[in-house]
Design a protein around this ligand. Structure first.
Ligand SMILES: C[S@@+](CC[C@H](N)C(=O)[O-])C[C@H]1O[C@@H](n2cnc3c(N)ncnc32)[C@H](O)[C@@H]1O
Length: 228
């Protein structure tokens, strides 16, 4: 399969959008997931991070996964290209190394991390396959990758999901600051590969033992793999 692109906004547009929504990002997460995102993040960290690991949290945003990894005894670097999101993260935990950078050109040597996490981030990266290969490059052989991402459910939930994402979320955008993000969100999810395809893409990008589990009736997927 060729390159999978977010194809919705150019990278500068994505960066500006996250700069604008940074002040409300955490609150919107809690509301839109009914607080479940905390549990999904905890499971992501349980499956990916060990105490003493050097961990990269790519597309770290306001830093919740990075801070969780630190709490588990890891030495953590959080990376994001939005200065406003990073500022929020730095405010929450000034002791973590927060780096402004591009997930497609990580400013780290090969094999410099034991584990990497990406929470609700890879969907936004302009070239998904290149992003996965870049994550593989900075992981040591056997290093673990955990990708937590919104996905498109099949089965009974699919029609409800369509109404929520295509009708309600964009309307929220009309009344909330940074509202274009909530038009962008459903569009970016629609373009993102379903769980089996993402698994295959991870395998082609240098990961083995790739598995995934679904949360909230298949609305969110956690993929875990090992750099091979
Ligand atoms: C939806 S937020 C997720 C934040 C956080 N990981 C979480 O779990 O809540 C996506 C983040 O990815 C960042 N991002 C998107 N593309 C990026 C790229 N190419 N390089 C670095 N950061 C990127 C955005 O700036 C934004 O902060």
């Amino acid at each position: 399969m060729g390159t999978v692109s977010s194809g919705v906004l150019p990278p500068e547009g994505v960066q500006r959008m996250f700069d604008r929504i940074a002040p409300v990002y955490d609150a919107m997460n809690r509301v839109m997931t009914a607080g479940l995102d905390r549990r999904w993040r905890a499971i992501t960290l349980d499956e990916t991070v060990r105490s003493g690991d050097r961990v990269l949290d790519a597309c770290c945003g306001t830093g919740d996964l990075a801070i969780g990894a630190r709490t588990r005894g890891a030495d953590v670097v959080g990376l994001d290209f939005s200065p406003a999101m990073l500022e929020r993260a730095r405010h929450k935990d000034p002791s973590i190394e927060w780096v402004q950078g591009d997930a497609l050109a990580l400013p780290f040597p090969d094999a410099s991390f034991d584990a990497a996490t990406v929470g609700f981030g890879v969907r936004n990266v302009a070239d998904l396959e290149a992003g996965l290969r870049e994550l593989r490059r900075v992981l040591r052989d056997g290093g673990r990758l955990g990708i937590l991402e919104i996905t498109t459910p099949r089965g009974v939930l699919a029609p409800f999901y369509k109404v929520w994402f295509d009708r309600i979320v964009p309307r929220l955008g009309k009344v909330l600051p940074g509202g274009d993000a909530y038009t962008y969100l459903p569009a970016s999810v629609r373009r993102f590969p379903p769980p089996d395809e993402l698994k295959a893409l991870l395998e082609r990008s240098g990961f083995a033992n790739v598995r995934y589990r679904l949360f909230a009736g298949g609305i969110v997927a956690l993929h875990v793999g090992e750099a091979s």
